[in-house]
Design a binder for this molecule. Structure first.
Ligand code: BG6
Length: 472
């Protein structure tokens, strides 16, 4: 709702734009509007809340109580849509947005289909929130049930990382500039580290999170999509299908681990009690709704290899976790060292640092290139320095939130930043061997204190290939 309000603020929604909120709770239109008013005013991040604008926006908000399992509810939706189409001249265009428990997606799609709502006088589209399935088989089953009623072109599987400005900028950086692409391969790149560290815990979502875990919650979707954007081939055009074809191809080239490869290439962690931002916090097993013997990972790290000519042998290390020391998401491209150490150990006794390119997704969005430079003065002493681009400073304007971008894209029918079923399945295939191995494993949890950078085993995983995690 804050994203929709913000789109209205920017004047990007048609005047007849309307929302029907649906849930089980009985509520009048006005009660719904008041609740939305209070939430939007509270959660709107970076723009003033304009009461006048809200009043006109809220005229388009209505509410309907219904239940996903009740056929009559879909008939009520149908009648409400017809009424709105006439009153607000929407041409019958409808975007269904499923922000429910994942286990209800299929049933709702079927309910809409059976009520004849998947087709109409205008366009009909459906947004499915993540997670799309909880493993490969369930993702295939979910898709089978949705495509029985909606065509692939109507289905928008959301992954909000793809809507982040900085993730989109990876494509601009790689394919809008001539100088990086020639270096973007196994010849010059030693390895890549993708980090999504969160300083928050499970924030009252213990019950959901306990079923999901970090590998499913972040790596299977967000971080593998980021990896695909970093590693995909340039697409011939910027059309939705060309870009998605390349992302999909990359995901399908991710090496599928054999069961015996999992132990060396994946690390699970779970936080214990600790201190975050100066506050004492409880361990995951003490969180509300969490089983005191839970084997859920709140930290996951994995080494992925890509079986293609560009990337063969280059490890992509991915890590994510709750209650890490700070909130930061970044991609660090570690280049190979210069072929000859002509300056020896001139870097004040330290080995010469190889070049590093950091693409920072959040916060302080930007790009930095690290290289060595001569220190002023006599002698040839070198020191790493940094060339920085900062989004905020360069553009001096606000970036839209991922949900603004994605909701508007779905409204205009642009699916470039949405995932397609083949991509969803390819990323489940990449993590499935890890899920399988972990499901049978008893971990000595907790294995990292809240507020630290995760379990030691993650350092050992990189050390096997002679690498060290960067501290962002
Ligand atoms: C969500 C996960 O998809 O992404 C959350 O379910 C996580 O657990 C969130 O906190 C992270 O998103 P962002 O945009 O804050 O990096």
């Amino acid at each position: 709702m804050p994203a929709l309000y913000r789109l209205a603020y920017e004047g990007r929604l048609a005047p007849g734009f309307a929302v029907i909120g649906i849930s089980r709770t009985a509520m009048s239109d006005d009660e719904f509007r008041n609740r939305m008013h209070d939430s939007v005013a509270k959660f709107l991040e970076d723009s003033p809340f304009d009461e006048d604008l809200w009043r006109s926006f809220a005229q388009g908000l209505t509410y309907l109580a219904g239940d996903v399992g009740d056929a009559a509810s879909y008939q009520k939706v149908s009648a409400a849509l017809e009424k709105i189409a006439q009153e607000r001249k929407t041409d019958g265009n409808v975007l269904f947005y499923l922000s429910t428990q994942p286990s209800q997606y299929a049933e709702i799609a079927e309910g809409l289909g059976k009520a004849g709502l998947a087709k109409g006088t205008g366009w009909r589209r459906i947004i499915i929130e993540k997670p799309f399935g909880h493993d490969l088989v369930s993702a295939q089953e979910l898709d089978r049930r949705i495509v029985a009623h909606f065509e692939e072109e109507q289905i928008y599987r959301i992954d909000h990382y793809l809507g982040k400005e900085t993730v989109q900028n990876i494509m601009a950086f790689r394919f809008g500039n001539g100088i990086f692409e020639p270096l973007w391969n196994r010849r010059y790149i030693d390895h890549v580290q993708i980090t999504a560290a969160e300083s928050i815990g499970v924030e009252g979502r213990g019950a959901y999170y306990q079923e999901a875990g970090a590998l499913r919650d972040m790596i299977q979707n967000h971080l593998l999509q980021v990896m695909a954007t970093i590693a995909m081939e340039p697409s011939a055009t910027f059309s939705s299908d060309s870009v998605r074809d390349e992302r999909s191809k990359l995901l399908r080239s991710v090496h599928t681990m054999k069961p015996e490869e999992v132990a060396e290439n994946a690390v699970a962690g779970q936080y214990g009690p600790g201190r975050v931002g100066g506050q004492a916090v409880v361990g995951f097993r003490q969180e509300q709704g969490v089983n005191p013997e839970s084997m859920t990972n709140t930290y996951a790290a994995a080494t992925f290899l890509v079986d293609n000519w560009r990337w063969a042998g280059v490890p992509f290390y991915i890590r994510t976790g709750k209650y890490l020391p700070k909130r930061v998401s970044e991609i660090a491209i570690h280049f190979k060292s210069a072929p000859l150490a002509v300056f020896g150990q001139a870097n004040e006794g330290e080995p010469m640092a190889p070049n590093l390119l950091i693409l920072r997704i959040q916060p302080e969005e930007g790009i930095s290139l690290k290289f060595v430079s001569k220190r002023p003065g006599a002698g040839m002493t070198l020191r790493p320095v940094s060339m920085d681009f900062n989004y905020g400073a360069s553009f001096g304007e606000r970036s839209p939130s991922a949900y603004e971008t994605l909701l508007l894209d779905a409204i205009v029918g642009d699916a470039t930043l949405y995932t397609r079923q083949d991509m969803v399945e390819a990323s489940w295939r990449a993590v499935q061997p890890i899920l399988d191995a972990w499901s049978a494993q008893k971990f000595p949890f907790s294995n990292y204190a809240a507020g630290t950078w995760g379990p030691e085993a993650a350092d050992v995983m990189l050390a096997r290939r002679g690498h060290v995690w960067r501290t962002p």
